[in-house]
Every structure is written in structure tokens, then in C-alpha cells.
Design a protein. Structure first.
Length: 437
């Protein structure tokens, strides 16, 4: 633990003011001071005046640093993750003359990639090759003869790792936030972790298990029904289980079915989308068995993306009927799943525990149409605008229910039918793209 007297703190701030470009050792010193500081907010304000990206990075990792301290662990590994995140995922000032004897670039690349469960090796030409989900990705940005500083080279290579894992150049990996299994309601930290799980479900089972173990989940069960193309996994950590359903990634997609048929819901209240019901039914016995095996008394955090989000909500409803401890349901990009009667029944039980996250450009969240008798489940949706700003809006997606007269596709006029066909074509394209982006 660093000596946190005022002189030590002021010396660090003075050095930062003089030169916001930090060596790795200076970065680590400030991170340790922050971790043990009794007024982190004020300290962040002071750091922000000299290096905004450093302040933002410390803010992101504050919970993980506190967790390490609470568990009596050395902070070195977590601070190393923080430093590598700062170099790769921000445009904050970095040293252009880092000593190669103390900052081995290949080792730094390997460590950063390791946090994302991406393997790194070198080919015969000395280029870095990334290994992820049984695939190899050449990293052409790796050039040892460019004359770049070690940190600058890492900043060039890091985005390639991010793209291989998440499909974009800059990320804030969910491991930085931590997970609060005792959260009373929605938290952004838990949303990040469960969104990452929902994304992870698109990968191969062996890779999913590897990543979950890196996150501290000690038990893992993969569930799949090839006939309905339905996948899920259950993972255990501490006092909770994550039950995650994968979105569709093949042509066997009931979301693109124009008929939008309904069937009687489990429990006898209303009707749900027949395809969703059949998909869940095809894996339900194995999902329930996995939960019972890994800890039926544990808190359940249920999640999924797209089709997986709809299955997560229907599964949460079944678990409630079985008196399981459903903590929360995090649904990302969910289509409408059921009729009004089931929606009202579901919301009585689970509205306070269901958190919908909807990108305002995601066409999948707009189907099936309300006029065909389908509604979103759960409480107020959290909507993302073009700038990725989250707004917890009123339940506008279900706000016109009373004014809608339910009908069937065949009873619609030809112009409306054609408009829906075009919409479903766009839905199909979005679904096919989602596993890749």
C-alpha cells in the first residue's frame, strides 16, 4: 500500500501537471494512490485537469480496484490491465520513448489480448497472429521495424485485437466494471457484463467456456438443440448463475416468419410467439437441469440478444413459476414476444426485474407489429440514440396498445402486406449480420 500522505499526493499531481505523459511506473503509482484514496472523486477531478483520459480510465476500473483490495490481493495485475486499457482504448498521451527493456511490446500485446481471451503468436515473418474462436487473424499493424515507441506500437495493434473480439476498434471490456450480484435494480456495470455474455453466446462453446473461466466462472454448461438451432449456456460464480440464450445465427429463423403465429403461453395466461415458445421448449429441460445442477438456490441473471432476449424473458417467466430466485433479466434488442394478456401477466411478476435495452436503429425490436397482436415485455425500455446515449424512456414501445385493433397478416391490405414483407427482408439482413458485427 502506498503512503497516502498529502505530500505524496501533491507530488504525483505536480508531476502530472508538469508532464501528462506518464511512464508505466508513474501510471502505476497514480493508480495505487487512487485505489486507496479516501476521496476518489476529488482526486479524479484534480487528475482530470491534467489528463482527462487517465481520469476516465481510473473511473472505469474503480470497482475492480476496490474488489481487489477487499479480497486482500495485490493490485499489480489489475493496474496492468488498467494501463493497457488506457494505451489501447483511449487517445490519452503516451510515452514515445518507453524503455524496451522494461516494456516488451509482444508481451504487452499478449497480456492485453489475454484479458479478452484472444491468443497471440508470431508467424515466420515476425508478424503477430491472433487466435480466437478457432480462427486465425493476421495482425498487419505489427511492425517491429517501424521505429515507433513500444506504447505507440501497442496502440496500433490493440484495435486489431478489439476488432477480432468485439467487431470494433475501441472498447471498454466488461471485465473492467465488475459485477454486483446483490444489486437491487439495474446497474450499468451488470448491463455491460451481461451484454458481453449475450455477445459471447455467438462464439463456439469451447471459447465461451475459456472466456467465462477467465472472468471467474468456475462451472459451465453449454446447451444446444440442432433441430431448432437454439443455444444457451449456464455459468456459476459466487452466489449467482448466468443463464444466457443465443440469438439466431442461421437461416432457421422464426423471426422472419410472416405468419407470426401465437400459441398458449406457459402458465395459462395469454399467448406468446409460437416460434419463441418452440425454441425455448426444445432446450428447457436441459436449461433447468443445468440450473439445478449448478445451484438451484443461487440468484439467476438471465440474458440474451435478439431472439435470445425473447427466450430470456420467457425463461424468466418459467423460472418464476418454478419458485427459482430470478434476480434480473437483461434483454438486448428483443423483438415483441407475446400478446397483451400475457404482457400484463408477465409485468405483474417481472416488470421490476426485466431491463430492456433497445438501439433505436435496431429493426428487430420493431417486430412483430403491435397491430398483429404482439407487445414487448417488462418495464421501461432503455433506448440508445445515434450517439449511444441511454434514455430510460416511458414504455413508449407499448404506449399505443389500447388504440391498436389486433388483426392477422392475411387481413391486411396489399400495400401494408408489402410494407411488412420489405420490413422482414431488412430484419433478415440485420439478423444475418448480427453475429459478425
Amino acid at each position: 500500500m502506498p503512503v497516502l500522505n498529502q505530500q505524496n499526493i501533491q507530488q504525483s499531481l505536480a508531476a502530472l501537471k508538469k508532464d501528462p505523459v506518464l511512464s508505466q511506473s508513474d501510471f502505476a503509482n497514480i493508480a495505487r494512490i487512487f485505489a486507496f484514496h479516501n476521496d476518489q472523486g476529488r482526486f479524479l477531478v484534480e487528475i482530470n485537469a491534467y489528463n482527462k483520459k487517465l481520469a476516465e480510465s481510473l473511473l472505469v476500473f474503480r470497482i475492480k480496484l476496490a474488489e481487489e483490495i477487499a479480497r486482500g490481493r495485490d493490485l499489480s495485475t489489475m493496474i496492468d490491465q488498467l494501463f493497457l486499457h488506457y494505451v489501447v482504448n483511449t487517445d490519452g498521451p503516451i510515452s514515445e520513448s518507453e524503455d524496451s527493456d522494461t516494456f516488451d511490446v509482444f508481451d504487452a500485446v499478449t497480456r492485453y489480448a489475454g484479458f479478452l481471451s484472444v491468443g497471440v503468436s508470431k508467424d515466420i515473418d515476425g508478424n503477430a497472429v491472433l487466435h480466437i474462436n478457432d480462427k486465425e487473424v493476421l495482425c498487419p499493424e505489427w511492425r517491429m521495424d517501424t521505429g515507433m515507441s513500444a506504447a505507440r506500437l501497442l496502440r496500433n495493434v490493440g484495435p486489431v485485437i478489439n476488432r477480432a473480439r468485439y467487431g470494433r476498434d475501441d472498447v471498454i471490456p466488461s471485465y473492467a466494471f465488475g459485477f454486483d450480484e446483490n444489486a437491487a435494480g439495474h446497474t450499468l456495470e451488470n448491463a455491460m457484463t451481461l451484454a458481453d455474455c449475450a455477445h459471447l453466446a455467438y462464439f463456439n462453446p469451447a471459447y465461451v467456456e475459456k472466456q467465462l473461466k477467465a472472468w471467474g466462472y468456475h462451472s459451465f454448461t453449454w446447451i444446444e438443440n440442432m433441430e431448432t438451432d437454439t443455444q444457451a449456456f449456464v455459468a456459476a460464480k459466487d452466489g449467482h448463475l448466468v443463464v444466457c440464450f443465443r440469438g439466431t445465427s442461421s437461416g432457421k429463423d422464426m423471426l422472419a416468419d410472416l405468419n407470426f403465429l401465437k400459441t398458449a403461453a406457459f402458465g395459462g395466461h395469454g399467448k406468446v410467439h409460437r416460434g419463441f415458445q418452440q425454441a425455448l421448449e426444445s432446450v428447457w429441460s436441459k436449461v433447468q437441469a443445468a440450473v439445478d445442477n449448478l445451484g438451484a438456490d443461487k440468484k439467476l441473471f438471465i440474458c440474451g440478444h435478439s431472439l435470445g432476449a425473447a427466450l430470456a424473458q420467457l425463461a424468466g417467466h418459467r423460472f418464476i413459476f418454478g419458485s427459482y430466485n430470478v434476480a434480473h433479466i437483461y434483454a438486448f434488442g428483443s423483438p415483441r414476444a407475446a400478446n397483451r394478456e400475457f404482457m400484463e401477466h408477465y409485468n405483474e411478476l417481472l416488470a421490476a426485474k426485466t431491463f430492456l435495452h433497445i438501439n433505436n436503429k435496431d429493426i428487430v425490436t420493431m417486430i412483430p407489429l403491435e397491430l398483429l397482436g404482439f407487445h414487448h415485455l417488462g418495464g421501461k425500455p432503455r433506448s440508445f440514440n445515434n450517439g449511444h446515449v441511454i434514455t430510460n424512456v416511458a414504455a413508449a414501445l407499448a404506449g399505443t396498445e389500447a388504440a391498436v385493433n389486433e388483426t392477422t397478416f392475411d387481413n391486411l391490405d396489399l400495400e401494408t402486406q408489402e410494407a411488412i414483407r420489405q420490413q422482414m427482408y431488412e430484419v433478415e439482413q440485420a439478423i444475418r449480420a448480427s453475429p459478425d458485427f
